[in-house]
Design a protein around this ligand. Structure first.
Ligand code: NAP
Length: 304
């Protein structure tokens, strides 16, 4: 049985010219549990040592419903202040556009203030990838595009992305942008397979966007699956994991990476050993049969 193509260790983020690892590390959970700067630095080192150069955060990470807005960015900023040499080793991605606790705000005034605040917390002059976190239905895409293009022109942002946008919202914003989108960040995992068939990944390939998969283990649900469907998906992953001598998590990352859109899973673990282990995903090769077996388990119904 022939194998799907091997995944390169690095790729270019859309048309940005920015080289990134094929695996990213996310900091949604970084500020949980009162982590110290030294503990956060250990995780950043674990990612970089594993060859992971794309690091994803957001201004809202750390927000607990009442306070903590900016806490994850601020913690990373402290790490970068303590070790300034780390900044050039990473492609730094963050997001904004959620006005805590809600709603979403992509007005010129709010976004400009949000971008400036992120730069300040992260203790950096430039954000490599700035992503609109969630679509603001009340913002005209032409106005959003003007704001974002101006931030790029001012040198505050190098490249632009979106997260949780529909295909139509991506097309509309991209139409008005001078600096075209280079990335999109939907939820994708073996338990969240919508984008394989709803056009999101097809659009990403058409527009040359790098898809960054958030919650690639479904927020950890894949590690402790409950219920018939999740157990079936876990079993289909385990069959390949056993052959490749890797964990189920690694098999899950590699399953996403085998897609032709070049999906980059954003590892969510905040444990150095698990971050390091993720790099093994580059070694796992899938047959078409095994890949579809996971998809069919996730669909819960056979292919037509
Ligand atoms: P995930 O990889 O699906 O889940 C990670 C969670 O699973 C962690 O709490 C981890 O705990 C746990 N886990 C349990 N067993 C594990 C195992 N064997 N291996 C690895 N992890 C295991 O990812 P996520 O944290 O939900 O999300 C990943 C990243 O996606 C975030 O950091 C963020 O950058 C991005 N994100 C974006 C959005 C958006 O709207 N754009 C939303 C959510 C997330 P331990 O830490 O103890 O390992």
């Amino acid at each position: 049985m022939s194998l799907l193509p091997a995944v390169p260790a690095s790729r270019t983020l859309g048309s940005s010219g920015l080289a990134v690892s094929s695996i990213a590390w996310g900091m949604w959970r970084l500020a949980e549990g009162g982590r110290t700067t030294a503990e956060a630095a250990r995780l950043v080192h674990a990612a970089l040592d594993a060859g992971i150069t794309l690091l994803d955060t957001a201004d809202i990470y750390g927000f607990n419903g009442t306070d903590g807005f900016g806490a994850a960015e601020a913690l990373l900023g402290e790490v970068l202040t303590a070790e300034p040499g780390l900044r050039s080793r990473m492609v730094l991605a963050t997001k904004g556009g959620i006005m805590p606790p809600l709603p979403y705000d992509q007005s010129n005034e709010y976004l400009n203030a949000a971008i400036d605040a992120s730069l300040k917390r992260l203790k950096t002059d430039t954000i490599d990838l700035w992503q609109v976190h969630r679509p603001d239905i009340l913002a005209h895409p032409q106005d959003v595009a003007r704001t974002l293009d101006a931030a790029v022109a001012a040198g505050k942002i190098r490249a632009l992305g979106v997260s949780n946008f529909t295909t139509a919202q991506i097309a509309a914003l991209n139409h008005f942008l001078g600096n075209k989108l280079v990335a999109t960040q939907p939820e994708i995992s073996p338990l969240r397979i919508d984008c394989f068939e709803n056009g999101e990944l097809d659009q990403a390939m058409q527009l040359g966007l790098t898809p960054l998969a958030w919650s690639p283990l479904s927020g950890g649900r894949l590690a402790n699956p409950a219920g018939e469907r999740r157990l079936a998906v876990a079993a289909a992953l385990d069959a390949v994991a056993a052959k490749a001598e890797v964990s189920r998590s690694v098999a899950a990352y590699s399953w996403l990476m085998a897609h032709p859109a070049g999906i980059v899973p954003i590892i969510g673990s905040q444990q150095p050993e698990r971050i390091a282990e993720a790099a093994q995903a580059l070694t796992v090769r899938w047959t078409r049969t095994d890949w579809y077996a996971v998809l069919v388990a996730a669909r819960g119904v056979p292919l037509p």
